[in-house]
Design a protein around this ligand. Structure first.
Ligand code: FES
Length: 152
């Protein structure tokens, strides 16, 4: 979906700013809000650019820097923690060669911590671009990442 199509989904009301920014960020292949996205949202909703920028920087769920094509979010909440999310996190750090909050040099992966993903029944779990990976084991991590590297 391109920017125009996303804008058209929303009524021109300031109440729609957060939803609109979410969709714009999700639609970008690097999962961030570019300067063009921010100005498109401001123009469409008739809001000052400084206000839209302020909202985008206030919420940690928004990024103003390009992130990886794949956002790897590892659950750190107690049920996943008890079932081994620490080892899963260590393996991801090793396989990707980055720390939490960082993006791989090839622009493919960003590693993030998450709280409960709502799939505790398959703990330990992580989500990559909205797809759940549950019942994780350390050996599966490299397989999952290699599969995504192949797809690109
Ligand atoms: S605690 Fe990890 S998915 Fe709920």
């Amino acid at each position: 979906m391109n920017t125009q199509e996303i804008l058209q989904k929303y009524e021109k009301s300031a109440d729609n700013l957060l939803g609109l920014l979410h969709d714009l960020q999700d639609a970008h292949e690097r999962h961030y809000l570019s300067a063009d996205s921010l100005s498109a949202a401001a123009g469409y909703l008739g809001l000052p650019a400084s206000y839209v920028y302020g909202v985008a920087t206030f919420y940690t769920m928004f990024s103003l820097e390009p992130r990886g094509r794949y956002i790897v979010r590892v659950c750190q909440s107690p049920p996943c923690h008890l079932l081994g999310s620490t080892d899963i996190s260590k393996e991801l750090i090793k396989v990707l060669g980055i720390r939490f909050g960082e993006t791989t040099a090839d622009g493919l992966f960003t590693l993030e911590m998450a709280s409960c993903l709502g799939v505790c029944g398959v703990a330990p779990a992580m989500m990559i671009n909205g797809e759940v990976y549950g019942n994780l084991t350390v050996p599966r991590i490299e397989e999952i990442i290699e599969d995504l590297r192949r797809v690109k």
